[in-house]
Write a protein that binds this ligand. Sequence first.
Ligand SMILES: [Zn+2]
Length: 346
Amino acid sequence: MPELPEVETVARDLRPRLVGATIVGARTNWVRTLRSQDPVGFADGVTGRIVLAVGRRAKQLVVELSGDVALTIHLKMTGQLFVVPAELPEDPYVRLVLELADGRELRFRDIRKFGKIGLYGRDPVTGELLEEVGGSAVFAGVGPEPLDPSFTLRDFRKLVRRRKGRLKPLLTDQSFLAGVGNIYADEALWRAKLHPLRSASSLRPPDERRLYEAVRAVLAEAVERRGSSIDDYTAPDGDGSMQEALDVYQRTGLPCPRCGHPIKRIIIGARSTHFCSWCQRLSGADRTAAGAILRGMTGGARRHGRRWSELDAGGQDAPDSVARAERTRRAAATRRAAARSSAGAG
Ligand SMILES: [Zn+2]
């Protein structure tokens, strides 16, 4: 699923294409793409408005429109956005179209249909996007933006010290930090030499500093490289290249770039976690507690019939699963190429 760097890249690519454009209509063939599930109300709500800005908050695009309203676009698993001439034939995966006055269209393409688009008004006083008049703010409860220049080590320390959880689920918790998901949590923990099951409360000040710096560095590098095109993520100006610079994510069994030991994979909260058990050590106390958690899980490691100790001892994937991963990557690359050619993007 696209994380902060991928969504930021889409926002940057869309900005020069959309800012200043006037919306003259909207149509949808999958009503659940709209948070309101009201295509007529949505079309009425956007028609005649001018795009003022294209930005991002957490993992969502925020398209500011004239008249103090904004669109939020959540790409979820397979959402893609392209701006194309209206006469270009529409492929069957396009769920929603914004028609522009200059003869172009913004098309939201989404194979898996998990993507969501919302239209919200702003609170005249606070400027926050509201769910409805007098309702709660759309981004209430979302944590700070890790790349915001005003987000300091001191702020990070305050956040971490309020938390008790383990580092991997904590980093991907959007109420803790905005925009970090599975890929960049694994990468940041590896860079900071911290085990994904380490408890936040066990961090010493130097650990906190390394984690803060690693999260920001990996996200900034990923933005620079236009994100990781691993699954369906692509952007109007093309795929990202961060997937080539990842150190642990989906590199199970390959040598750790720092120490050469094979990268391990465990399941935490039903999601794959990649790490180096040599560079990212767990203390004895954390290890005992982590073992209990993993044995007590109803999904994840237990579902696979393995215990923590076995996973830790032999995390290498069998050669057939490496081959399977390669096939999955090739299939995704083919899907991205098809998406780009159907969008006339070459
Ligand atoms: Zn290592």
